[in-house]
Write a protein that binds this ligand. Structure first.
Ligand code: HEC
Length: 147
């Protein structure tokens, strides 16, 4: 038997390998989509609007959300829980809105957050968005709550 790889054997390995890994790829995509459907929640209308405010004001220029964004300021994916949202949703909402309204703090030595001129409704929607992100199962990503 010759040691050389014949043309047709090479072709079979190429097509066989391509199909094999394509099937694995499709299975992994299906698994990810299924995972997202099972572990995600449908955002409310206000949370969806809050996300648009998040994008319009480019909060990610300084903050990360699930590790995505700039690292100038704290990670905000779980900020709702850090502000006590699990036990005291009304208090957490007020604390978050007050924090955003009170910026910049002008405290020496701290990175500063600019003032955003947001209506009360916009602030509520932003908080709804941050509340929504805190409910997404990210399998503990990012590993440090504050990024
Ligand atoms: C120019 C940078 C910058 C931008 C843009 C920015 N922030 Fe911040 N933000 C900061 C900094 C810096 C801090 C931390 C300040 C401190 O601890 O004194 C902060 C803190 C926060 C906190 C409190 C986090 C905590 O763990 O206590 C919240 C909530 C927040 N920002 C929301 C927002 C939202 C919502 C937007 C968009 C509308 C936004 N930020 C845009 C810089 C920014």
């Amino acid at each position: 038997m010759s040691e050389r790889l014949t043309k047709s054997a090479a072709r079979n390995i190429f097509f066989g390998g391509t199909i094999f890994f394509f099937v694995i790829f499709v299975a992994l995509v299906a698994q990810s989509v299924n995972y997202a459907i099972v572990n995600g929640a449908v955002p409310s209308e206000s949370a969806a609007h809050g996300k648009r405010i998040w994008e319009r004001h480019a909060c990610f220029d300084c903050h990360t959300l699930f590790g995505e964004g700039a690292r100038f300021a704290p990670e905000l994916g779980q900020v709702w829980l850090r502000y006590g949202g699990a036990d005291d949703p009304d208090g957490a909402r007020d604390r978050l809105k007050d924090w955003i309204k009170a910026q910049p703090s002008r405290v020496e030595g701290r990175h500063q957050m600019p003032h955003f001129d947001l209506s009360d409704k916009d602030l509520d929607d932003l908080v709804d968005f941050l509340r929504y992100t805190s409910g997404i199962n990210t399998q503990n990503w990012p590993p440090k709550a504050k990024g």
